[in-house]
Design a protein around this ligand. Structure first.
Ligand code: ADP
Ligand code: MG
Length: 251
């Protein structure tokens, strides 16, 4: 589904991604673990085609076609979804209006606003949010957990093939993590859809079963394995992966 080869990205002179290789097949759940500032969110945005970042080298293919020259909206239409690490507030635009506009943009054949409204209310109820949340201004006054649930609702509404969920579990209580986990299990149960999940905690990763775990450092995948890597990092942190520095000398 997604094939990333030797991907480099930078912001003016600052190199952020330094040769990422990542392949995601249908039904796989990939987890990215990495310290703050290692480039995890940048990877999600570069896959989407955020033009703030320059891509001097590398290739992103989605279902066999090259993403390089596609606009973010075309990448979304192709089936890629990126959640916000920090969901923004949108004054004067309800969640329903925002997601309806996004749904129409990602699927031009979609038109029924009645069916949409009904489906969205059900999605919110499944996430244990009051159904009148759909009429509230997007993220305005939402708690941290409510914002993250609204991101999950956006994913379920847009129904992508591949969702990159950026710290969807940060600042979220344990019951909400379980509810999000249950929605993600349903989303992936027929093994046609895939997830890339960036996380700093093992709680959500106990709710779903990652097929691949990647350790990210300085814009590179430095180790790939299974769930045992989550346990290792929860116990030891990332220090073991960093170059050992003594004085000014790298040993
Ligand atoms: P992570 O998600 O792993 O914490 P990011 O991808 O957000 O890391 O950021 C990687 C590095 O790139 C950081 O040093 C960050 O400050 C920098 N960076 C990323 N995007 C921007 C931006 N839009 N403006 C300035 N610096 C950025
Ligand atoms: Mg980030």
């Amino acid at each position: 589904m997604l094939q990333i080869s030797n991907l480099h990205a930078q912001l003016e002179e600052q190199k952020i991604l330094n040769g990422i290789n990542l392949t995601v097949n249908p039904g796989e759940i990939h987890v990215i673990l990495g310290p703050n500032g290692s480039g995890k969110s940048t990877l999600g945005r570069v896959i989407l085609g955020d033009d703030k970042y320059q891509v001097p080298e590398g290739e992103i293919k989605f279902n066999g076609s090259d993403f390089t020259d596609l606009e973010p909206s075309e990448r979304a239409q192709a089936g890629y979804f990126l959640s916000f690490q920090s969901p923004p507030e949108i004054d004067g635009v309800s969640v329903r209006e925002f997601l309806f506009a996004a749904k129409k943009a990602s699927d031009p054949a979609f038109s029924s606003s009645y069916k949409f409204k009904k489906g969205l209310k059900e999605t919110f109820t499944d996430l244990r949010l009051p159904e009148d949340f759909t009429e509230r201004e997007t993220n305005l006054g939402f708690s941290g957990g409510e914002r993250k649930k609204a991101e999950v609702a956006a994913m379920l509404t847009l129904d992508p093939q591949l969702a990159f969920l950026d710290e969807i579990d940060s600042g979220v209580d344990i019951d909400t993590i379980r509810e999000i986990g249950s929605q993600l299990r349903t989303f992936t149960e027929d093994k046609t859809k895939s997830l890339i999940i960036v996380s700093h905690s093992d709680k959500l990763l106990q709710e779903i079963t990652p097929t691949h775990v990647h350790v990210f450092l300085d814009g590179k995948v430095i180790e790939t394995g299974g769930h045992e890597l989550v346990e290792k990092i929860q116990a030891e942190g990332f220090d073991g992966y960093k170059p050992k520095v003594k004085g000014f000398e790298v040993i």
